[in-house]
Design a binder for this molecule. Structure first.
Ligand code: NAD
Ligand code: TYD
Length: 337
């Protein structure tokens, strides 16, 4: 049995990861350690909550006593660190919590992992640490770090700390850097779910600047299968970029969503640009494809349709979030965990 601490497993990517992996790996015992911030939602884990290879612990990755207790109690030998503040716009409004969770929290986790002689520590990171591209080129693992937002600066710091624990203490660290994810269970502050939900509610779709900023999109399950590969076969001290070669200007995605929902483009509203808005991201994932034999399996056209359908069929999930009812519902369903 592999006892794996998955932090941030109640968020978008982490919950998709757990729901998929508890079914797939009977030999994994997953302890989901999550603070349940505004972005953490135990409803995301309905399909896992009664499985006997899954357990939830509510906690903050800054809480070293609780972490030490959990490492001992569950004999943790593996860590996959998804826990983070993840939204660029929020980091522009206030960077402090990003520094606390993404940097200090990661350091606390690394320190406890070091003391407990763990066998692998996978740090889940982002292509945003590389900064912004012009019209050409892609980020490779050797592209110098040049983060531009408080979010990406905090993630770059965490990456460097994780790699320093490998270099200095021999902690078996691997780092993954993935491009923008989309799929079910994404909190509706991010571009794709926000646009789907606003369109369904006939509300304006706020497009920042000229709408020509480019992101490189990957379906969340492809990202999670890449994490699984790196977790199982990735070499210690290495960084692996993850991406699906699916670049799109924001405005094209917004128009596509409107078309698929049969809504008018009159709903589009160009608004003031995000300060410091990165122009273009594009990721070169040759390394993970050649060294670990991973490749993305989902075509954008299919997976975006599936994602839109998911939001259409799971109105209750997002209505509870956007109406602020979730906290009350959560307390009724789960009590004070
Ligand atoms: P999310 O915001 O949906 O979820 C984050 C989760 O972390 C939430 O469940 C939250 O409760 C938990 N959390 C926050 N602070 C915590 C703390 N102090 N202690 C314990 N738990 C805490 O984020 P996401 O989109 O699922 O991203 C997960 C990870 O993947 C992050 O590290 C992010 O940087 C990285 N990433 C995201 C993307 C993307 O497109 N969303 C792309 C590349 C990498
Ligand atoms: P986002 O989903 O916040 O991801 P990130 O900033 O981490 O890439 O935004 C994706 C792109 O969409 C980014 O270029 C900003 C843009 N965007 C809008 O134009 N309008 C919005 O309301 C949001 C949330 C994002």
């Amino acid at each position: 049995m592999k006892n794996i601490l998955v932090t941030g497993g109640a968020g978008f990517i982490g919950s998709n990861f757990i729901n998929y992996m508890v079914e797939r790996h009977n030999d994994w015992y997953i302890i989901n350690f999550d603070k349940l911030t505004y972005a953490g939602n135990l409803e995301n884990l309905r399909s896992s909550e009664n499985k006997n290879n899954y357990h939830f612990v509510k906690g903050d990755i800054n809480n070293s006593e609780l972490l030490e207790f959990v490492f001992n109690k569950f004999n943790i030998k593996y860590v996959i660190n998804f826990a983070a503040e993840s939204h660029v716009d929020r980091s522009i409004l206030g960077a402090e919590v990003f520094i606390r969770t993404n940097i200090l929290g990661t350091n606390t986790l690394l320190e406890i992992a070091r003391r407990n002689n763990i066998e692998k520590f996978l740090q889940v990171s982002t292509d945003e640490v590389y900064g912004s591209l012009g019209a050409d080129g892609k980020f490779s693992e050797t592209t110098p770090l040049s983060p531009n937002s408080p979010y990406s600066a905090s993630k770059a710091s965490a990456d460097m700390l994780a790699l320093s624990y490998n270099h200095t203490f021999g902690l078996p660290v691997v780092v993954t850097r993935c491009s923008n994810n989309y799929g079910p269970l994404q909190f509706p502050e991010k571009l794709i779910p926000l646009m789907i939900i606003n369109a369904l509610n006939n509300k304006k779709l706020p497009v920042y600047g000229d709408g020509m900023n480019v992101r490189d999109w990957i379906y969340v399950l492809d990202h999670n299968k890449a994490i699984e590969k790196v977790f199982e076969d990735g070499s210690t001290g290495e960084i692996y970029n993850i991406g699906a070669d699916q670049e799109m200007p924001n405005i094209e995605i917004v128009k596509l969503i409107l078309k698929k929902l049969g809504k008018s483009e009159d709903l589009i509203e160009y608004v003031k640009d995000r300060p410091g808005h990165d122009r273009r991201y594009a990721i070169d994932s040759t390394k993970i494809q050649t060294k670990l034999d991973w490749k993305p399996e989902h075509k954008f056209e299919d997976a975006i349709s599936y994602t839109i359908d998911w939001y259409l069929n799971n109105k209750e999930w997002w209505e509870r979030i956007i109406s602020g009812e979730y906290l009350q519902y959560y307390q009724e369903q789960y009590g004070n965990i």
